[in-house]
Design a protein around this ligand. Sequence first.
Ligand SMILES: [Zn+2]
Length: 113
Amino acid sequence: MQYRCPKCQSPKIMPVAQAGSPAVRPVVPKSLVFLIPAVFILLLLVLISIAMWIFGDGAGSTLQVATVVAFIICVIAGFLFYRDLPDFKISMQGFMQSQKKWKCRECNHEWEI
Ligand SMILES: [Zn+2]
């Protein structure tokens, strides 16, 4: 199994959609679906808090509670994702191996395995 372009050895390769055969998608764990927006919300709340500390009299108590809640959700989702990680890896490997056609983003070289 090659994860590099055979022409320029770049690791920046992407699978090419195969016509006719059903696309095999890796099974994305629910914890990851949950974790990504949670991390975004946390980052947003932290940024708003920092902005309020700089430009105002500090973050309001509602914002502080929201930030703490978002942080706790992130920790829980992170923990769940950590537990799902082995299954996710296997699923991703299956997806990578089922993919026969690849394209290099560096030199546009296409090849089949
Ligand atoms: Zn290449």
